[in-house]
Design a protein around this ligand. Sequence first.
Ligand code: NCD
Length: 316
Amino acid sequence: MRHLLSAGDLDVVSACLILDTAAQLASVTDRTVKKFPTLRGRTVVNLFFEDSTRTRISFEIAAKRLSADVINFAAKGSSVSKGESLKDTALTLEAMGADAVVIRHGSSGAPHRLATAGWIQGSVVNAGDGTHEHPTQALLDAFTIRHHLRDGMGDLAGVRVAIVGDILHSRVARSNVLLLRTLGAHVTVVAPPTLLPYGVSQWPCAVSYDLDEVLPHVDAVMMLRVQSERMHAAYFPSVNEYSRRYGLDIRRMGLLPPHAIVLHPGPMNRGMEISADVADGERAVMVEQVANGVSIRMAVLYLLLGGITDDGKKEI
Ligand code: NCD
């Protein structure tokens, strides 16, 4: 595989290869010298048209730990603010010799366009496009779930996961549903009807409007941020009403099986989709998700740029 655009492009073998490679690379993070020479002399460009804390920094650290040269390009403060198109930005990066472009964009499909239009030769990694997909987030979530519930090995056959909240605007939800299904997990998306996308019944998951009913039957619950910046209408009566029906608080934690873990991709709206005591509680794994994100992105860059197969092709 040359690009990573969608979690749906990964089959169980390639997904497990990424997870296993990430597990191997994770051990580097425990060393004093955290570097591999693998991508020395290669250039990775982080092309971020949307705000990001975790994902951008995570890709930057991942590329640096593999000894790549990293260019951080934020649209704010660049010629994009002067109206430069994605095409002209891409041609500029190509002229400068980018081996991989990690792109986050507000428009669904932008990474796909970048990969297929022929503007650049290098690998394209989707770091979140509009409300569409965020495959490395799904991979780091799968890695975290596998670590806790499967001793860090194999696939996720039979693991039950609930994804709760603003499914409509969430690229994390779509990528997770696709990847978790590929890995053999059973997913239920839980949201008010107004925050479910058109066509969700075609997704490979169950759908519920009732969080209390779902919680006793899952091994992991993933809470999603209510993405107010993408909302141009009223999707629920009030914040209080939303929290009362769909927020994860201490009472609801009591409904989960004792082994179940709580994930959130961040950034969190504390007090809205998740209460502060749950977010800071023992079963919340958000800090691990962030740490695992670095290992996953190292694995993806390593396999796309460093992993050359016998016939000379780059392969995931
Ligand atoms: C998510 C994103 O940007 O899609 N965050 C992330 O990458 N960690 C989810 C969100 O913004 O709520």
